[in-house]
Design a protein around this ligand. Structure first.
Ligand code: GLA
Length: 724
């Protein structure tokens, strides 16, 4: 075996079998070059202590015929010997549909102490066509990002019929898929099923707001559904904000092949000679210790490497969407700024409805595209509100939906060719609006300048909520002429170009990713954002379930959770649920009773104390709302000296509550802790004896009872180390 780091190795370098392990702290992916130069995956799983033993893995399987010799191809080419779902399918310049890919060389680049990039060159022996497979590994987080770069020098362009990011191979007795489905206000509903032979596809063809029915995140457990702390499980997701497709094929040898990438639906891509097509990355993590570990891997990775300012701080805020909808004016906004200050949050976020004059944005039928302040509502412009905010010592942020246009807008009349619609067909609307053609550089420029001019007018602008409410119907771009099949890909690339340009000029401004709720939550987009809006459904009971499932894939500091008037639960419950992530409010502060206002003010100052734990701590799920009457989770700091535990009643039947103690996780069994209840409602007293001292061992083995009951539907506990 040849174990290579930091150098380039060519196939001719050795007559020996080339085995290429990609190792992280706990995981290994092992690739092997077959004698015929095919590149196969021989292992993905828990790392072995002796890497010298990886080469022996294929020898211990007796799984029948691998007819083509490429069932476990690391990137399955179509049209030669392949019998299964391909990762790549092409039509060459001469019209031939066959592709074969042979190992040429590989190199490993050390990007930092923690990150390595393995690149493997594959080449067709017949055509001048190449693919480079990239594996970027994050050692401590046990995370891999995988993508491919496709290039050729044929005489003419090659049509890429399919162009996956990754082709993963897993071996187990059975495979259990946990996938998500949804709709507006119903995000992240899980379903768990055993994968049978054949292909299960997770996909989206919505263009924008691509996750509305189904996000690309999923989990696959090996042999049995993984629990929070036990079992082998892979979490995966495509870093792409448009159409995606993930095929999961249990093959004739009972192995699982996961092929994920941009959806090739309506998208055969013309690639010119000498051009490179770079796929988005497929990100995944493997855990041999259950779902909790996998989620902490992804959360740390996102904070350390993906989110804008992932290690930084966030702003608490007051939003006016649900308190005013479109009905506000300068006087009302002044009041709201005062209320922002009174409440004690950092920022006031002005939502939809502030723009449009010829077609004022007084409801969702008009105005999108005309990003000038509405003179009636804001006679002195945004800048006046921003100045007022400064006087009140609060920050000011604003909502935009820059990718969209209402047919009732000046933009639509001026630039009908910028709008995505079929020239010969009737228009069809989603929320009375259409999508702008971001494949067109002129439109990219326009969208960029919407943001840029907001900052130019108001340099103190401190926050942007970037919304995207419509899907794409009647996909057609005037700009792309004969190249309509590039449209879905070029739209997302155009969007990223705009976001990149914004980030280059405004690297630090916090931006919330919103899409009519959580219609676009993915790591492709999140590299430009600090946070996301999980759902317009802010009923706190619903939010426990929604936030719970998101938390498997995304860190708490990115999850914008607002206290609103949805749901029947008391204010304390609503606030406690919002504390699971980044706390915000969207309520009429003036209507709060004296005690409610006092509670909120106190809650915000409590949150300011514990937010470092919630945002940067390790998250442990203790009691699952789908199987227990009490949902419970905790956040623990790195040295395990302090933690916060949040518990909620989710079953309102007679005498339901925390009948048994809940086992705590993530603490140090050798340390001693005291537990105090915090965030009590104004004037109420705690049922918890805060003077008792417990060992970490006791709390992990016997547990602790947060005393959740019909009279105490939510409980926040602070856990602190007691030093002798
Ligand atoms: C979407 C968002 C909401 C709000 C409205 C405004 O539905 O998800 O939070 O901003 O748009 O129209």
């Amino acid at each position: 075996m040849l174990c290579i780091t930091g150098l380039l190795v060519t196939a001719s370098a050795s007559a020996q079998t080339v085995t290429i392990p990609v190792e992280t702290a706990q995981t290994a992916i092992v690739l092997q070059v077959a004698p015929n130069k095919d590149l196969n995956t021989i292992y993905l799983g828990k790392k072995l202590s002796d890497p010298g033993e990886y080469g022996g893995i294929p020898g211990v399987y007796r799984q029948g015929n691998n007819y083509s010799g490429m069932f476990n191809s690391a990137y399955t080419p179509a049209g030669s010997r392949n019998l299964l779902e391909p990762a790549i399918a092409v039509t060459h310049a001469d019209g031939n549909n066959s592709l074969d890919l042979k190992y040429v060389s590989h190199s490993v680049k050390r990007i930092s102490d923690n990150i390595s990039l393995l690149s493997i060159r594959l080449r067709d022996p017949v055509y001048d066509f190449e693919v480079t497979l990239n594996y970027k590994s994050y050692y401590h987080e046990d995370v891999i990002e995988q993508w491919s770069i496709i290039e050729h020098h044929e005489k003419g362009s090659v049509t890429l019929q399919k162009f996956a990011s990754a082709n993963i191979n897993l071996k187990a007795g059975s495979y259990w898929l946990r996938q998500y489905h949804g709709d507006w206000a119903k995000e992240m509903r899980p379903e768990e099923t055993q994968l049978s032979h054949g292909i299960k596809t997770l996909d989206s063809k919505l263009g924008t707001r691509a996750d509305l029915f189904m996000p690309s995140v999923f989990m696959v457990s090996l042999n049995h559904p993984a629990t929070e702390d036990e079992g082998s499980v892979l979490f995966g997701s495509l870093e792409w904000s448009g159409n995606f497709k993930t095929d999961m094929e249990v093959d004739p040898q009972d192995n699982l092949r996961i092929i994920s990438g941009i959806n090739n639906y309506a998208s055969p891509y013309q690639l010119g000679a000498g051009q490179a097509f770079e796929t988005p990355a497929f990100v995944y993590t493997f855990s041999a210790d259950g779902k909790g570990k996998a989620s902490r891997n992804l959360q740390s990775w996102a904070r350390n490497y993906k989110l804008v300012d992932g290690k930084g701080t966030r702003m608490t805020l007051l939003n006016n969407w649900e308190s005013t909808y479109f009905d506000f004016n300068e006087a009302k906004l002044r009041e709201l700024l005062k209320n922002t200050k009174k409440l004690g949050v950092d920022l006031f976020l002005l939502d939809d409805g502030w723009f449009g004059n010829t077609y004022p944005r007084n409801d969702d039928h008009a105005g999108l595209g005309d990003w000038q302040e509405n003179r009636k509502k804001l006679p002195n412009g945004i800048a006046a509100i921003a100045r007022e905010a400064q006087r009140d010592s609060v920050k000011f942020g604003i909502w935009i939906e820059a990718e969209m246009v209402n047919p009732k807008s000046e933009l639509y009349s001026k630039h009908p060719d910028w709008v995505i619609k079929q020239p010969k067909r009737e228009e069809y609307y989603f929320r009375n609006q259409l999508v702008l053609d971001l494949s067109n550089p002129q439109v990219q420029d326009f969208v960029y300048h919407i943001v840029d001019s907001l900052f130019i007018k108001d340099p103190a602008l401190a926050f942007i909520k970037w919304d995207c409410n419509a899907v794409i119907y009647n996909a057609y771009s005037v700009h792309l002429h004969q190249n309509q099949s590039q449209f879905y890909v070029e739209y997302v690339r155009g969007l990223y170009k705009v976001l990149q340009r914004i980030r280059t000029k405004y690297p630090d401004v916090p931006m919330m990713l919103c899409s009519g709720g959580g219609g676009r939550v993915d790591y492709g987009a999140l590299q430009y954002f600090t946070e996301f809006w999980p759902s317009d459904n802010t009923d706190p009971l619903e939010r426990i379930f929604i936030q719970w499932e998101y938390s498997y894939f995304y860190p708490a500091l990115a999850s914008a959770n607002h206290v609103t008037d949805w749901g029947k639960q008391p204010l304390k419950f609503r606030v406690d649920v919002a504390m699971m992530g980044k706390l915000g409010f969207d309520i009429v502060v003036d209507k709060l009773s004296g005690n409610d206002l006092k509670f909120c003010q106190h809650a915000i100052s409590t949150y300011n104390d514990i937010k470092p734990l919630i945002w940067q701590g390790g998250q442990y799920r203790l009691s699952d709302p789908r199987t227990e009457s009490v949902a419970s989770l905790m956040y623990v700091n790195t040295d395990r000296s302090s933690a916060v535990m949040l518990s909620y009643l989710v079953n309102y039947r007679y005498e339901e509550g925390s009948q048994r103690p809940i086992l705590l996780k993530g603490l140090d069994s050798n340390k001693k802790y005291k537990i105090t209840e915090i965030n009590l409602y104004t004037g109420s007293t705690s049922a918890i004896n805060g003077t008792k001292v417990y060992s970490g061992d006791f709390l992990a083995t016997v547990g602790f009872n947060p005393e959740v009951s019909a009279g105490r539907t939510s409980v926040v506990l602070q856990i602190d180390e007691v030093k002798n």
